[in-house]
Design a protein around this ligand. Structure first.
Ligand SMILES: CC(C)(COP(=O)(O)OP(=O)(O)OC[C@H]1O[C@@H](n2cnc3c(N)ncnc32)[C@H](O)[C@@H]1OP(=O)(O)O)[C@@H](O)C(=O)NCCC(=O)NCCS
Length: 410
């Protein structure tokens, strides 16, 4: 059977979208197809055709990824991967990964990223889990901040039209300061503000609160839903679902949490998009109240241009290390690379020197943003120390002041 893999036309988008959604067990409405068209406008989208019919889909968003140190890297964000049940396990995804990685290289993006439906799929293509997301719950009764935010200003509850004017800039300030964060184009925000019924899981439409500095500058926002409940004996027990609490200023972020803790009739706050090292826990008088009930992989990183990717991020210490990489899916990357970080700049070049560490390209992706230590990967049997002390040096070199945090879904 002859299969054709090519970019789709705009007219083919509805059929494309139905195959993507169908692969996830969902039959999208016309409205959902139109929403996804809005979200992916101008982005690269392709499909596999069998006898003229779409049987598999894929796409890539062009993002800027914030690296440790604040530099941004253009990356390709793989999305919309789906293969019809009739065509699975015959190498179609593998062909689409080839196309995607070639295209990412052609566009000068040193790294590809994705979020995975299943964590078993993408390691074989060189992706490593680089940034986790956490969901936690916090009972509100008696919860206090022992380390209160030191910030002046005011809160303003606003409608989504107004939020649409101020939230993107607030988010951008946060993104500039957050390794692992992704740029959000106007299409991302237009789609996000649609806030469809189907996204709410029985909770309210989103509420939008922004914090403003004493001179009236918006410098933080909270977006949340409320799931109302009155408990067995009429005691208010609603859940406030904080979908995003964002500020570049940790004091403003804490003030937003303090504000959410003061909302009446709420029994529990549930946060769904949080980093693994959430400072809120350390502000609480009783930190054990913050109960993590889900933590897992979110942002996966695939290093494609090793030299450019490793030279682009910052390192907290000066050192040099030789990494021997194995990259079966892109064998040209395999071999030894010398990473030198010195006086605030870095370079990474081919070398004939002997290796300090040997690792797979997926392990380099996992460690790239400082989200996992090489020592942990070595303890998992994935990284091999060739020079005594090299693991500890690599841990130090790649560590950063915060864990990577990507709250963007794609
Ligand atoms: C995941 C999916 C895209 C895989 O497509 P596919 O065309 O069947 O994948 P391939 O045939 O190219 O598989 C390549 C390899 O990955 C393995 N693989 C693929 N999907 C897998 C899965 N879900 N679980 C375990 N292994 C998987 C295959 O067995 C094969 O292994 P091999 O090289 O050792 O033989 C497809 O099953 C699908 O559409 N799933 C539902 C939607 C989804 O989860 N999409 C991913 C979004 S991130």
């Amino acid at each position: 059977m002859d299969l054709e893999l090519r970019d789709i036309t705009d007219e083919e988008f509805p059929a494309f979208s139905r195959v993507t959604e169908g692969a996830f067990g969902h039959q999208p409405s016309d409205e959902e197809v139109a929403d996804w068209a809005l979200r992916t406008e101008g982005e690269h989208k392709w499909a596999v055709f069998d006898d003229g019919e779409i049987v598999a889909t894929g796409g890539a968003f062009a993002f800027d990824l914030t690296l440790p140190g604040g530099a941004t890297l253009p990356v390709g964000g793989l999305t919309a991967i789906g293969v019809r049940t009739t065509h699975r396990r015959r190498g179609i995804l593998t062909s689409m990964m080839d196309l995607h990685l070639d295209e990412v290289a052609r566009r000068g993006q040193p790294v590809s990223i994705l979020t995975a439906s299943e964590s078993v799929i993408y390691g074989r293509f060189g992706y490593g889990a680089a940034g986790d997301l956490v969901r936690w719950k916090l009972p509100t009764a008696g919860t206090t901040l022992a380390f209160a935010p030191q910030v002046d200003g005011r809160f303003r509850q606003i409608d989504k039209a107004r939020a649409g004017e101020t939230f993107p800039a607030i988010y951008d300030a946060h993104r500039a300061a957050t390794a692992g964060a992704l740029s959000r184009k106007p299409a991302y925000w237009s789609h996000w503000f649609l806030d469809r019924d189907a996204w709410r899981d029985g909770a309210s439409a989103r509420f939008y609160v922004q914090h403003e500095s004493p001179i009236g500058e918006p410098d933080g926002f909270a977006a949340y839903r409320i799931k109302s409940s009155w408990g067995d004996h009429g005691i208010p027990a609603s859940t406030l679902i904080a979908t995003e609490v964002v500020s570049a200023d940790p004091e403003v972020e804490a003030a937003l949490w303090q504000h959410l803790l003061s909302v009446d009739l709420i029994g529990t706050i549930e946060a769904i998009n949080r980093p693994t090292d959430d400072p809120l826990r350390w502000r609480l008088a009783d930190p054990r109240r913050l109960q993590v009930h889900q933590a897992g992989d979110h942002l996966w990183v695939r290093v494609l241009d090793v030299g450019a990717a490793l030279a682009a991020r910052s390192y907290l210490v000066d050192d040099s290390l030789v990494l021997e990489l194995t990259d079966p899916f892109r064998p040209a990357n395999s071999g030894r690379w010398c990473l030198e970080a010195n006086a605030g700049s870095a370079r990474c070049t081919r070398t004939e020197d002997s290796a300090d560490l040997a690792l797979g390209i997926a392990d380099l992706g996992a460690a790239y943003l400082g989200g996992v230590r090489f020592s942990t990967l070595a303890a998992a049997g994935r990284v091999d120390q060739r020079t005594p002390g090299a693991l500890a040096r690599a841990d130090l070199l790649f560590s950063w002041t915060s864990t990577p945090w990507c709250a963007t879904h794609f």
